[in-house]
Structures are given as structure tokens and as C-alpha cells.
Design a protein around this ligand. Structure first.
Ligand code: PMV
Length: 319
């Protein structure tokens, strides 16, 4: 029985679009920040007495339609046929609207591989997590990480980037805590298939990933922030241009973006990013968290959470 914890991550340079849906190979590399306060704990037991896999999330029985194919990958690597009991709990502040497959599949990859008797290194774990969800590839690592797009199963993995000396913080603004209206998986595929902006996105984003790695190494926060906003906006522009057109933006999403722009005009280093949902995450530095929160408080009281870089995925219990 193994319990593992993996923290969620927010991409500074986004992943959006698969070149190979079966192997989950992305069109572009991505760069992310793993967060301290949002994580998933997952326990896996392989039990010969079980006729089928079971899965509970926060003690609620859930379908195993996604879990079983993932466990099959682990079973194939370990030479096992035994079924497993999987128990997951998401530790995300109540109704944060941030439920993420990133921490879920990273925790499952670590717990299931260990419970199956495998000892995978970080790169192999990252490749395994990738098969569950692309963003999970990066959640094995603490702090900053890069997912190299690669060209096949062996070369598409994430790794940790050197730590920055910058006191990075992320202020999460909850615009809407409800479930996403459209899944990232479906919309990603449709963006690739129909958005005339998609090829431009691939070219720009791949260059942006390289530029971000340089900016991080140089601890150049204005460049880091600028690249972060560009990648998010370019991803959302490609989504808007798909057929049918769609956007995750809600009126309050734009309010937050405008507030961030106003803060910057006043000299506060703050930059916005946003994923497959209307909530906005603001990248800033520790000394400026209070100014960012103060600007948002009148409208978003009770809907702000500030977090810092978080640790790598790790084993909590193994017996
Ligand atoms: O969680 P996934 O693997 O379905 O993809 C999510 C993609 C974004 O969160 C929008 C961007 C990213 O790189 O995490």
C-alpha cells in the first residue's frame, strides 16, 4: 500500500495541443510552477482478491474509465495482472475551482508504480504521468519545471529547472468555482483541428519556452511575467479562433486582467495567466502580494488565495 502526494502546477508557458493523443505527445514544450497549497494525496493497493479496479475521490465511488487504462500501463511495466484499489483526496481550498488533473495523475503515477514494486526515476515517472494528463508530466517536480515536447514516448518528459532566487508568489482569483463548461481535452483537440491561429501558436510558444528558461535563469522578473501573459493570451486567442468559437473568459476574468494592467502601470510587478477555465492566477513577488490583494479585495473578497512554489511529488506512506 503506497500513498503519494503531488502538488498541482500552473504553466507559465502553456501546453495546448497534442501531436499524438495516444502517447500524449504535445506540439510544444511548456514551463510551469508547482504550487505549495494545492495537492492530491493518492493511495494505491494492488489486491489479488479484487475482481476489478476501484476508485474513490474524497470517499465517493467514481468510475474507473480513466484510472484503469492508466493502471494498465503500470501493470504492463511491472508484469502484474492484479487489480487495484485507488483512493484520492484533492486538497484544494473549498470550491477553489482549480481541481486539476496535474496533481491527480502525478500522485497516481508515483503511488501506483511504487505499490506495483517499480522504482522509477523522476524522468520515467514524468513520462508515465504524461499518459494520464499532459500537465501531470510537470507535477512530479517542485518549483519550476520544463516539459520537453520531445518526439516520441522516450523523449517527451519534464525535468526540474534550477531554482530562481526570486520570491515568486501566485495570487489565485476565483472568478467561478463551478465545473468547466468544456473539457480541456476536447477543446485542445478542436483548437488543433480548426483554429487558423494554431500553427502560429506552436511557433511562438516553442520560442517562448526557450526565452522563459533564459529569463528564469537570469532572474529577470519583468521578462518572466511578460512571457507568462503572452503565452496565456496567445493560447486563449487560438481557442477563440477555433470552430466553433469559444472562450473561457467571463466578465470578471477581464476585470482581473484590467486590474493587473492597472497595477503594473502603478509600478507593481504583477502578471496574469489563465488555464482551461475563467479563474485568473497572478504571478508576482512576495513584497507585492499585499498590493495585488488590496487592488482585488473590493470585488473579490473571500475569493483570493496566495500561494508559493511547492515541493516535488513524494511518498507519504509505503508499507
Ligand atoms: O490538464 P491537461 O493536461 O488536460 O491540460 C491543461 C492545459 C493547460 O492547463 C490549459 C495549460 C498547461 O500547460 O497546464
Amino acid at each position: 500500500m503506497t500513498t503519494a502526494r503531488a502538488h498541482t502546477n500552473i504553466a507559465l508557458i502553456k501546453y495546448w495541443g497534442k501531436r499524438d493523443a495516444a502517447l500524449m505527445l504535445p506540439y510544444t514544450s511548456s514551463v510551469s510552477l508547482t504550487l505549495a497549497d494545492f495537492y492530491t494525496d493518492t493511495t494505491v493497493v494492488f489486491d489479488p482478491a479484487l475482481p476489478a479496479d476501484t476508485f474513490t475521490l474524497a470517499d465517493q465511488v467514481r468510475p474507473t474509465t480513466k484510472v484503469t487504462p492508466f493502471l494498465d500501463l503500470v501493470r504492463a511495466q511491472a508484469g502484474l495482472t492484479t487489480r487495484a484499489r485507488v483512493r484520492s483526496v484533492n486538497h484544494v481550498p473549498t470550491a477553489a475551482g482549480l481541481a486539476s488533473s496535474a496533481s491527480a495523475y502525478a500522485a497516481l503515477a508515483l503511488a501506483a508504480s511504487r505499490a506495483a514494486g517499480l522504482t522509477l526515476d523522476a524522468q520515467a515517472l514524468s513520462r508515465l504521468a504524461r499518459r494520464g494528463s499532459g500537465s501531470a508530466t510537470r507535477s512530479l517536480f517542485g518549483g519550476l519545471s520544463v516539459w520537453h515536447r520531445g518526439h516520441d514516448d522516450a523523449t517527451s518528459f519534464a525535468e526540474a529547472l534550477p531554482a530562481t532566487t526570486l520570491p515568486l508568489r501566485m495570487v489565485v482569483v476565483l472568478v467561478n468555482a463551478g465545473p468547466k463548461p468544456v473539457s480541456s481535452r476536447a477543446l485542445m483537440a478542436n483548437t488543433v483541428a480548426t483554429s487558423p491561429y494554431y500553427p502560429a501558436w506552436v511557433t511562438h510558444n516553442e520560442a517562448a519556452a526557450a526565452a522563459m528558461i533564459q529569463a528564469l535563469a537570469a532572474n529577470d522578473f519583468p521578462a518572466i511575467g511578460h512571457l507568462t501573459e503572452q503565452s496565456a493570451m496567445q493560447m486563449h486567442a487560438a481557442i477563440m479562433a477555433a470552430d466553433p468559437a469559444f472562450t473561457y473568459f467571463e466578465p470578471e476574468t477581464l476585470t482581473v486582467w484590467q486590474t493587473v494592467q492597472a497595477l503594473r502601470a502603478q509600478g507593481v510587478p504583477a502578471y496574469a495567466t489563465m488555464d482551461a477555465g475563467p479563474n485568473v492566477k497572478i504571478l508576482t513577488l512576495a513584497p507585492h502580494v499585499d498590493a495585488v490583494q488590496a487592488a482585488l479585495l473590493p470585488r473579490f473578497a473571500g475569493r483570493l488565495m496566495t500561494t508559493a512554489p511547492g515541493p516535488a511529488a513524494h511518498i507519504l506512506e509505503d508499507q
